[in-house]
Design a protein around this ligand. Structure first.
Ligand code: ARG
Length: 586
């Protein structure tokens, strides 16, 4: 990156001037005065007992023939660095030709498995499942863009009690007579049946102990592949997965693997044996547990129903890997899944989970068991990237007016409707597909601009605004540039800097380029969202002040067009990483 280059140069120069220290360069806080700055003379002043301004002067005086930059020592001890117009122009042309637009690839590519999605089969997807595919998809695209080899796994929840509950309810409702009584025709299990059966059964299990016990039994029968339970399960899974795939595709989440918890079952015995052979397991109240506590740790107790957070000196509880009745748990499945992934994909460098922050303790337990037992090799990174919740305006997890959790399907329809209204009021003829792109884009940007671990408020009006830090504003900027380019044609000449607004655009392009690495390091998309917003507004300022289409000076006009193409490319590149589509029109 450009400031690394200047930093290295300054480090050498400082050495010539007698100061042995790495000099770092950052973007300037005062772009009117300079493009970059170096603040390291203050620490040098402490080290060498000299005045920081004099040090800055000494270093600047030692600079010889660095022609693309102008260096200036300023009080009380900064080095200001301005890039020449010539260098800015060169950068613009270089990025325009480079298909990566000047974003370097990592030298060492890592093999990564990403676990995001986590939808549960037979249950309707709800708002709690929204952030994981949004964040996961973008992080995946970012990693790939920077050179990692990534496999995305949807890791469906397809092996739990919800299966027994749903199947039992369908049976009680008379839909499964064909399988159990041999009469009627083979039923066509539909989504509507499932959407009705699960909530009904789920409510009943809390009041009816006998029903709950029966559902447990049905679950066990499915898990031991007993017929006809297992065949019916497979049908339920199929119908449900089809629906899940539809929703993920509307959200733009693409998976390489559609494995579920059920796929890890054949690795469970092996995983438990590895753990037992290491002497890590002990029996407690009939269950098999692994102690994972670390001395002196203080684990916060998860939020209670009343949303109070209790904290006290409290070690991590043991991981339960087998229930008293021999059943396996969520932790067991995740441990077995890590074993499966390591065997199938030859110990990837990283396995990352984008899952609700509230599952933190679960992942700590799972990861510790895998590390202690060697199921995960020492040098493998296991990482839980915990996301905060999407809240309503009351600051609590988003609910319907009547207090129920909102189905993902309903959220998507809300987005489509709102985007449709906007398009209509702008006089644009539109299809559902267009409204979907804009609605989902708005939602995603409203999510990704926040740090992953923070909660945020779902504010549809704000997200959908065509102005400000929003998805539609960025989409609109790209659409607008496309339509100008459709009029002018592509640039037939080189770009050269001719005004301050263009310098501001180039500076912002450099910032966008450096945002990728920041996002990679911090596992968040927020810096990229902010950087492209700033680029789009720098573009708007330029475009308001200069008449590109009617510029008489042909050379200047072509330079403007080249700049438009450059901005468009940078926006498109970033929106692609964010998995936000650019519509045809808006
Ligand atoms: N199905 C889970 C849930 O709804 C999420 C799965 C997350 N991934 C994982 N490997 N545990 O809570």
């Amino acid at each position: 990156m450009i400031f690394d280059e200047i930093g290295q140069y300054l480090t050498q120069t400082a050495r010539l001037a007698g100061y042995d220290e790495t000099m770092n360069v950052t973007f300037s806080n005062m772009p009117k005065i300079c493009d970059f700055q170096c603040n390291d003379c203050f620490s040098l002043a402490k080290k060498y007992g000299e005045n920081p301004f004099e040090i800055a002067q000494n270093i600047v005086n030692s600079i010889k023939n660095k022609e693309d930059f102008v260096f200036e020592a300023v009080r009380p001890g900064f080095i200001n660095i301005k890039m020449t117009d010539k260098k800015m122009s060169e950068i613009g042309n270089e990025y325009l030709k480079d298909e990566r637009g000047g974003v370097p690839m990592h030298e060492h590519s890592q093999r990564v498995i990403m676990d995001y999605g986590g939808a549960n089969v037979a249950k309707a997807l709800h708002v709690g499942h929204l952030r994981s595919p949004i964040i996961g998809e973008s992080l995946k695209r970012l990693y790939k863009f920077l050179g990692d080899k990534v496999i995305a796994d949807a890791h469906l929840g397809d092996w739990g009690l919800q299966m027994g509950l749903t199947e039992l309810q369908l049976y009680l409702d008379g839909y499964l007579d064909y399988y159990f009584k041999g009469d009627k025709k083979e039923p066509n299990i539909t989504l509507e049946m499932l959407n009705e059966a699960y909530p009904k059964a789920s409510a009943r299990k809390n009041e009816d102990e006998y029903f709950k016990a029966q559902a447990d039994e049905w679950t066990l029968k499915i898990q031991s592949k007993e017929e006809p339970y297992y065949t019916i399960y497979k049908k339920i899974r199929e119908v449900s997965v089809k629906e899940i795939k539809k929703h993920y595709s509307e959200l733009g989440a693409e998976f390489d693997l559609w494995y579920g918890e059920s796929d890890a079952q054949e690795y469970i015995d092996k995983a438990i044996k590895i753990i037992e052979d290491k002497g890590l397991a002990r029996v407690s109240d009939g269950a098999l547990v692994v102690d994972v506590a670390v001395e002196g740790e203080n684990v916060p107790i998860p939020k209670t129903r009343d949303d109070e957070v209790q904290r006290y000196k409290n070690p991590m509880p043991p991981a339960i890997i087998k229930k008293y009745n021999g059943g396996v748990l969520y932790a067991t499945t995740d441990i077995a899944t890590i074993l499966m992934r390591n065997e199938m994909f030859n110990n990837p460098d990283r396995i990352e989970y984008i899952v609700d922050l509230r599952q933190k303790n679960h992942f700590v337990q799972v990861f510790r068991v895998c590390k202690m037992s060697g199921i995960s090799p020492e040098n493998q990174i296991l990482l839980h990237i915990g996301n905060g919740t999407m809240n309503g305006k009351d600051g609590k997890p988003f609910k319907t007016r009547s207090g129920e959790t909102i189905k993902l399907e309903d959220i998507i329809e809300m987005l489509v409707e709102k985007a449709g209204e906007k398009l209509k009021s702008n006089g644009v003829e539109y299809s559902r597909d267009l409204a979907l792109k804009i609605g989902v884009g708005a939602m995603k940007f409203g999510d990704l601009i926040n740090n992953v671990d923070k909660d945020y408020v779902f504010d549809l009006d704000k997200f959908m605004s065509f102005e400000g830090k929003t998805g539609p504003y960025l989409q609109y900027t790209a659409v607008r540039i496309n339509s100008i380019l459709a009029k002018t044609g592509m640039a037939k000449g080189e770009f050269f800097v001719s005004n301050e607004e263009e310098r501001e655009i180039i500076r912002n392009i450099l910032k966008v380029n450096s945002a990728y690495e920041l996002c990679y390091r911090n596992k968040t998309l927020s810096p990229l969202c902010l950087a492209i917003y700033n680029l789009a507004s720098a573009f708007s300022t330029f475009y308001n002040n200069y008449n590109v289409v009617n510029e008489k000076d042909e050379k200047l006009k072509q330079s403007y067009i080249a700049l438009l193409m450059l901005v468009k490319n940078k926006l498109a590149q970033a929106l692609n990483v964010l998995a936000i589509e650019i519509p045809q029109k808006m």
